[in-house]
Design a binder for this molecule. Sequence first.
Ligand SMILES: [Zn+2]
Length: 250
Amino acid sequence: MFSDQRLLVVSAHSADWVWRSGGTIAKYLAGGAAVYVVCLTHGVRGESAQLWKDPDQVAENVRKIRSQEAANAAKVLGVTNLEMWDFNDCMLEVEPKILQKLNEKIRQVQPTLIITHDKRDVTNPDHGFASEIVYRAVIMAKQNGIDCGGLKPAKPCPVYGFEASEPERSGFVPAVYIDITDFFEKKLEAMKCIESQTEGPFIHTRLSTHRGWQASRTIGDKNIKYAEAFTMRDPLVVAKLPVRKLQNFN
Ligand SMILES: [Zn+2]
C-alpha cells in the first residue's frame, strides 16, 4: 500500500516519535514504505527527569540511556533508519547549523510526507521550535542556489503535526485520524522501551484510544479501536473530494 512512500519523521527528543507516531510508522513499514526518523536531541535536560533522580547521574550517561531506549523502540517498530543528532534540548534553538543539516537530510531522503511536531505544545517549548525548524528546512530544501554538495532540491510534500500530550491546552485540533488498530500492540511494546518516561505509555494509550473512538464514530466503522491524530500544515490537493470512509491515498 505504501511501497512508493518515503516517510521522514522529525522528533524534537528521543522518544516523541514513538509516543506520537509509533503506530503510523509501523503501519507504513508494513505497507512497504521507507521510513527515516531523526531525533534532533536526546532530551537529556527536559525529558529525562526519572534518570536525574539518581544523585550521581551525569549527562553523558543520560544520553547513552536515551539513545539505547530509542534504538530498542526502533527495533520493535522495525525502523532501521534512526539518527540521533544530539543538539541541546531545553532550550532547542532554531539555528543555522541545524537548519542546514535538516535541509540536507530532506534532500537526501526526498520524502513524500513528513511528520513532525505541531506548532504549539505547552508541555515543552522545544516541540514548537522543532516544528519551526522543520518548516524552515522544508522551504530551504526546495530552493536552488543553496550549496548542499550536489544534493538536488526536494519536491513539496505534506507536513503532518504530532498530537501534543495535553492537546486542549496546546490548541491541538486533529485534521486527520489514521487507523492504527492492527499496530497498536506494537506501538505499546515500543512505548514500554522508553523506561525513563514511565508515564508515556499511559498518556499515549489514552490518546490513541480516544482518537480511535473519534475516528470510529466519524465514519461509523466499529473496527477502528486505536488511531493517531495529526494536524496538517497545508491543505491537501485532491483530484476529487474525499468521502466518509477509510481512504487509501496513493
Ligand atoms: Zn519531547
